[in-house]
Design a protein around this ligand. Sequence first.
Ligand SMILES: [Zn+2]
Length: 80
Amino acid sequence: MSYPPADDRLRHLIAQQVNCDVDTWKLAFWIANGIVKCPEIRAEFRRIEAAHAAGQPCGDRNCDTCFAAQFATPTQENPA
Ligand SMILES: [Zn+2]
């Protein structure tokens, strides 16, 4: 069985990150649980991914995808 589990990967990834800053894994997992179940956060993930899929910047200042795109070399198929 792989870790994190495929059907609960997002929650485990968030908990791993939060765990660096809190005292217990239980607390990290509790915080991660609230994040993955938050409709506003899930909607924002969908909005960001839809923008990227359409080739548009998502507008989030923390977005690594858009940051990397600023430095991508334009090609003939995809001129700047
Ligand atoms: Zn983006």
